[in-house]
Design a binder for this molecule. Structure first.
Ligand code: SF4
Ligand code: SF4
Length: 330
């Protein structure tokens, strides 16, 4: 029995939600929970699936949820390109992927950020629409849970037509069995996401143009792909940027505590640290000195923090530091 009705539908009769994230933040599970609340809890018909590349932390993940009336069949299984709600789990994704393309001013964007709605709108370069901000990572850090439950809380509040209790039941069903000891903390994270969001609505004032969705086509196809194993761009690693792999935490370098032992450099899988040769004041010998690290290449694994013998590297929340200012370019 369907409870309530969908607030709006597209031309195919669907209300659609898309989640954009990176592997490790729980967007895939969040998509399943949100779909289950609407389908099992509220009696709508619908579907959910996710797309991702290699199954490892840090790679882009998208999850798609469709709802329709209980008497409509679901005959579409393509990715959602014009969602009614876009959930952005990691704001740095915007720098790398055109995830807001196709999101028009009728849509609501729910973004995990410490920015205010106006700042988020500028950052996303949105033509208009509703922007909901929630500092999901900070809440998750405090509650010691994954940030996906916080995002589910904020999205539930925005969707309105899904009962909060139906979503709580879906969380209990999915997370309660697997992580029973953390269920209360997960539900607290959900409630915090529901309560602590900030929302603002922006007219299409011409500040930013609407960017229509364009299918991304690979430069290489079966007709022009080079023979496997050849790196065609020499030195291509210089343009790599690992910042989207970080899950809200960074190593912070304290030069005054550093004894320049090199443990961090030998441990870091991405060679982020910058050491220089310098004459030692006391011995007049030429020694290696650590100047810090280049955050462009840092994926936030925090192994360097673990190995530093004198706490010259500490684990910190990225949102509390301006990495551009503290980065030491390699
Ligand atoms: S491990 Fe710590 S003390 Fe050693 S060089 Fe790195 S930051 Fe300095
Ligand atoms: S957290 Fe430390 S070890 Fe890991 S990539 Fe960054 S600098 Fe390297």
């Amino acid at each position: 029995m369907q409870k309530g009705s969908l607030p709006t539908k597209n031309q195919f009769g669907f209300y659609e939600v898309r989640l954009e994230s990176i592997g490790g933040l729980g967007a895939n599970v969040a998509g399943k929970i949100i779909a289950e609340a609407g389908i099992v809890g509220m009696g709508f018909n619908g579907s959910n699936f996710a797309s991702y590349g290699s199954e490892k932390k840090g790679t882009p993940v998208s999850s798609y949820i469709r709802y329709c009336d209980h008497n409509q069949q679901v005959r579409i299984n393509s990715p959602i390109i014009e969602p009614h709600i876009l959930g952005i789990f990691h704001e740095n994704l915007v720098a790398r992927l055109p995830i807001t393309a196709g999101v028009n001013s009728m849509a609501t964007i729910v973004i995990n950020t410490d920015k205010k709605p106006l700042q988020a709108r500028e950052y996303l370069k949105l033509s208009g629409g509703k922007v909901v901000v929630i500092d999901a990572l900070k809440i998750a850090y405090e509650e010691k849970v994954k940030m996906n439950v916080v995002m589910i809380g904020a999205i539930t509040r925005v969707m309105e037509f899904i009962d909060k209790d139906a979503m709580r039941e879906a969380i209990k069903e999915t997370l309660g069995k697997k992580y029973h000891n953390q269920l209360e903390a997960n539900l607290r994270g959900f409630e915090a996401g529901y309560d602590l969001l900030e929302l603002d609505e922006f007219e299409e004032d011409g500040r930013f143009p609407f960017i229509p969705f364009q299918e991304q086509r690979s430069q290489w196809g079966y007709e022009n792909a080079p023979i496997g194993g050849i790196i065609v761009e020499v030195g291509n690693s210089i343009v790599k940027n690992n910042q989207t792999s970080r899950q809200g935490k960074i190593p912070l370098f304290h030069e005054d505590r550093c004894i320049h032992c090199g443990m961090c450099e030998t441990t870091c899988p991405d060679y982020c640290f910058k050491f220089i040769d310098k004459e030692d004041d006391k011995t007049s010998k030429i020694l290696m000195f650590n100047l810090g690290l280049d955050y462009q290449f840092c994926k936030g694994c925090l192994r360097c923090v673990d190995v530093c013998p004198v706490e010259a590297l500490t684990e910190e929340l990225e949102a509390e530091h301006e990495v551009e200012k503290i980065t030491v370019k390699l």
